[in-house]
Write a protein that binds this ligand. Sequence first.
Ligand code: AMP
Ligand code: ZN
Length: 112
Amino acid sequence: MESCVFCRIARGEIPAEVVYEDAGNLVFRDIKPAAPVHLLAIPRRHVARLADCSGKDADLLAALFLAVNRAAAAEKLRDFRLIVNNGAGAGQTVFHLHAHILAGGNMSEKLL
Ligand code: AMP
Ligand code: ZN
């Protein structure tokens, strides 16, 4: 996707503070952190949102979750919260699948 901001980060056209990357995924710091540690994990391949994924994307989704684990290990995070906003009504503003990794501070308050 030519103009997608996260595709552009994945192509190296927009700078980002990358903390982990592999062949299929990138994990970088959110530009507007909502927690002491706030990372975004994305697949390099453009997928607009989680609900667009089907069985054929199972490998992509599994690899994204493993990239989350590896980024958390690289950042020495033992406890973290993972959030995926799916659709504008859920607060999604960038339409390239991403998982927010939040950690640090008092994360023990439960949302659910
Ligand atoms: P969402 O609201 O779930 O779509 O999350 C999008 C996130 O992307 C927000 O937390 C933004 O702060 C973050 N974001 C947008 N542009 C950039 C960028 N260029 N670099 C890093 N994070 C970004
Ligand atoms: Zn994209």
